[in-house]
Ligand binder design. Sequence first.
Ligand code: PHE
Length: 455
Amino acid sequence: MQPAKHEHWSSGFTFLLAAVGSAVGLGNIWRFPYVVAENGGGAFVLIYLAIVIVFGIPLLMSELMIGRSSQKPPLGAMQSFGGSRVQKLWDAVGWSYLLVPMGILTFYSVVAGWTLDYAFGMGIGTFNNLEEGASARMFQELLASPVKLVFWMTLSIGITVGIVARGLKSGLETTVKILMPALFIILIILVLYASITGDFARSVTFMFEPDFSKITPKLVLMAAGQAFFSLSLGSGAIMVYGSYLTRDISIPKMAVGVAFADTAVALLAGFAIFPIVFAFGVDHAAGPGLVFVTLPIVFNDMGGIGQIFGVLFFLLLAFAAITSTISLLEPMVAELSEEGKFKRARAAIYCGAVLWFVGVFVALSNNILSDVHPLGFLPLFEGKTIEGVIEFLSANVFMLLNGMMVSIFVGWSVKRSVTLEEMGLGDSVLFKIWFLLVRFVVPLGVGFIFYDVVL
Ligand code: PHE
């Protein structure tokens, strides 16, 4: 393999901070708790954990391997293994690994914008002395305001572009070195507070006592989608971060580390939110509004200290979002600057401009454009707004498809000698289990899930 022309992570630990930063995001803190609540608690958590182990870890290893072995961003990577009769297919997968994160970013930046708006609003006391129903109304007002949505989205894209433009070491590494420890400290403070003042026992039962009758095919689908999204799989982020890994770092260990930390944070987010939600007797199955509608009520009821916790909580969300958005922008920027002829900063700005343009339509599909259903003539897209279509295609369809294709690529197309060397496990039982999962279990399992969701 020719020597890489790009920077590398300073250490295995900084890689872990960045990869965990990518994985830990709105998916863990905003989405996981409400999806758990909507899908019957413990049963969902159990299936989720199983999917992380059987599909998640083997796929994390596969994506890291493609990145490190090729030392290239996704499209370049998929082209560099050579010798395949269906190279056009792998090129298409490479393209998909570049476009999916851009698609995700268009709506992720909008929600990241909400967290900035809330952190700011909490700070200046907008949520103090809430009257009955005010919290729900304020959330609706945010969604109904084109100016606010576009303003905060622009800020979140601007921050992301600014970080990515500075490059791996001074941009990404510096950011995760500051934000990730801050994130963990805030999370621990919130969990401690919730466990002292809230209904902790009920939260433990709720999250860990499975009611097996609740396990349905739909629940399995929801859990798989959540696991893929939460682990940043099928989206170029892990692959491109893998390309900055040096050879001395163990891919299996890193993959287990990322999966473990990501799952721990999702569960901890549950333990920061459910105890106080139960203790205050507010609706725990409030859907996407759980964090943005329910929590402000709770923080308000706490009195003065609630405002502090409110600011902390929404800062936590904003930090988690930023360490994810940078990993979503990185694949395309790396591709344009390493394989194309663009300077990194310029590539970041161009990508940001495209994202912003599409992002405006996504933001406005919450209000002015809510009646626009771009692919509404197809049954699969019926009733979906611009935001709905982009989210469905990127986060459901192509993310799963990418994961499936990459497991087939690694299991069947890449030479076994290459995978053997990259994993560094020797021809051991562990290696054989991983290989078996990647060759058969992951493609069939994900293919089946995909069939069920999409077809
Ligand atoms: N994993 C992130 C989250 O949970 C989202 C993400 C998806 C980030 C894909 C990068 C790539 O919020």
